[in-house]
Structures are given as C-alpha cells and as structure tokens.
Design a protein around this ligand. Structure first.
Ligand SMILES: [Zn+2]
Length: 362
C-alpha cells in the first residue's frame, strides 16, 4: 500500500493571527465568501472584512443557520455561486468550519478555516460531517484537498467556553492510541493509504504535549492569559490531532461516536467528550493493565474529561441502550482498524467494565 501524508498548505497560530492573515489569503485569489453563523459573524465578520480589504481582497458574507443538513448546504452553495468567490472562508466551532468546507467542496474551490474554539481538529482536515434533519450523522464528505490556510487566533480561542477546550483535548488525546491500532492492523488512513512515520510521530507528540500542558492550558484559559501551555495545547488540539488522524488513521474511540450518538444524553455530548470516554473502552478492549487505564482516568479528572456514561449525559444506561451503542459502533468502518475482530458483545462487556471502575468517581 502506498504511504500518503496530507496537510493544510499553511497553518497560522498566535494572538491576533487574524490581523496577519491577509498576505496568506491574497495568494489564493481575489474574491472570498465568508460562511459563518450570526454569532460568529458578529464576533469576527467585520474584522475579516477589514483584513481582506487591506489585502485588496473582496469578501462577501454568507449567514449559516447552524444546522449542517443537505438543504442548508445546497442553499449556501447556490448563494455562494452567485458571489463568484475564488475561495471560501469557513469560521466558527466545528459546524461553521464544516459548512465552509461543504460549500467549498460543492463549488470545487479552496477553503480557509478560522476556528473560534479549539474544540476539535476540523480546521486542518479535509473531511466534514453532514447530518440529517433528526441530527443523525448522514455522511462524511471529503474535499479533494486540505484547507489552504488555517488561521488559529489564540486571542479569540481563549474566550471560548472552557468545555470547548476540554473537548479539543479529548479529541486529541485519543489519537496516539487510534493511530497505533490502525497502523498495527494495516488499516487505511483518511487517504485510503498506509501511514508515513510522520503520522505516528505527530500522534506521540500530540499525546505528550497534552499530558504535560493540558492542565496548565485550562488554568490559562480560566485566567484569560495566553501562555506557552495554552499555545501548545491549542496546537495539539487543532494541528497535531488533525494531522495524526488524517494521515495515521482511526480506530475504536472514533468508531464509538456512532454508538454514543445513537443514545439519549450522550448524543448531545461534544464530539471530543464522546471520543475521550470511548478511549477508555478501547484501552479496555486492548487489555491494557488497570494501572495504565487508571492513569489515563486520573488525567481525565484533572482536565475535566468524562470517565463514565453518566458524565457524558447517559445516566443509568439500560441493557437496550448498551446494545445500541455496541451495534452502532460495529457499523463504523474504523472498527476494523483493531488488533483483532471485535463483536458487539465484547464492546458491551468493555463498556460495563469501564462503568464499574469509573462511574461512581465521575
Ligand atoms: Zn475527532
């Protein structure tokens, strides 16, 4: 199998990165359409317009409803076509970024991403998620290329709610273990190819960065101080996490988002919180020692990540709900990227073990 590594063309990060993005954007074209919901448009819309104007770029706005469903993507794409942009700017949390990617994909033009929270790795990756009207995952779209420029303004990110950063830490902490399983099983990365060494090295760096700096970063965010801990953790959550999974591959923790999104309470949890919990299940399935998993669970406590279904929003799960989690997890293709073939009953048993060990503690 061919080894493939993919990445954004440019990644900018720092306080007021937004103010300095002009020259990077003007390399792409002369006309941009900014996709964002009303909250994000109020937050950064005017500044994006100003920075674009200073770089001799025309920038028009497209207000996103916040629901990333096919009808909304069609509506935004039709409006975007009329604006004739050379590229799309997608801004916001996960959904605003994904809406920008979906419109750029529909128009077959590049995308620039501006995350307003470090809650996931969507800003760097080429994929985006579309839901149906009932908020169920409908499909994962893949752009031909990664975002052209990723603009991570830490002066904006520091003001996002704290739980957004804990979700970003959750989405990132899992990558080392998923990449290792996917590579070990000979599974494909997001390019349908084998992983380069770079992907596992980045996943290791992502993990060690979080273990060393995540608690400090949460403290920094509480005090609204952009320090080295904060910068490193934002980079781990947005850049390292994205590069690691896309070029390294995914496994059980991400496969379980299918199951956890199908049950009450847990379905409303942030993606990063879902995968963090699911990693405890994956490590149990890997038959890791109790000490090893206890150490990860202790870290979760420190950085406010869930160690039980109750903490995720699913208090007192029924047998039927545990069954649904396992069966839906088995439908995800990443479930094959594991050291052995799994069954739904093994997943239920692993979830039960995690619940026994950690549910009272949460
Ligand atoms: Zn993820």
């Amino acid at each position: 199998m061919l080894r493939v590594f993919g990445a954004p063309s440019r990644y900018l990060q720092g306080p007021n990165a937004l103010a300095e993005m002009g020259p990077y954007l003007s390399h792409i074209g002369k006309r941009a359409s900014l996709v964002a919901d009303t909250i994000v448009m109020d937050l950064i819309g005017y500044r994006v317009q100003q920075v674009c104007a200073a770089a001799d770029l025309n920038c028009e706005s497209l207000i996103f409803t916040g629901d990333i469903v096919p009808a909304e993507i069609d509506r935004l794409s039709a409006l975007a076509r009329a604006q004739r942009p050379d590229f799309i700017i997608g801004a916001g949390g996960g959904k605003g970024i994904d809406a920008g990617k979906a419109v750029a994909h529909a128009l077959d033009i590049p995308v620039v991403t501006i995350p307003t929270a470090a809650s996931n790795d969507a800003p760097t990756s080429k994929n985006y998620v579309i839901y149906d009207e009932n908020h169920r995952l409908l499909r994962v779209g893949h752009m031909k290329r990664n975002p052209e420029v990723v603009v991570v303004d830490t002066a904006i990110i520091i003001n996002a709610p704290l739980r957004m950063l804990t979700a970003g830490i959750g989405d990132a902490i899992v990558k080392k273990f998923e990449v290792a399983q996917c590579i070990g099983a000979g599974g494909p990365n997001m390019f349908g190819a084998a992983a380069c060494q770079a992907a596992s090295a980045l996943s290791e760096l992502c993990y060690s960065t979080l273990r060393a700096h995540a608690a400090g970063a949460l403290g920094a965010e509480k005090n609204k101080i952009i320090d080295e801990d904060f910068e490193r953790v934002v980079e781990a959550a947005v850049l390292l996490s994205g590069l690691a999974f896309e070029s390294g591959g995914l496994s059980i923790a991400h496969a379980m988002t299918r199951g956890l999104s199908a049950v009450r309470g847990a379905r409303d949890a942030l993606h990063g919180h879902q995968v963090a919990y699911a990693l405890l299940v994956q490590l149990t399935l890997e038959r890791r020692s109790a000490e090893f998993i206890d150490d990860i669970a202790a870290f979760y406590k420190e950085v406010q990540l869930p160690t039980s279904l109750a903490a995720l929003g699913l208090a007192q799960p029924t047998e039927a709900e545990l069954g649904t989690i396992a069966e839906q997890t088995m439908t995800a293709k990443h479930v094959k990227n594991f050291e052995r073939a799994l069954s739904a009953s093994e997943i239920v048993a692993a979830v039960r073990l995690v619940e026994q060990r950690y549910s009272e503690e949460s």
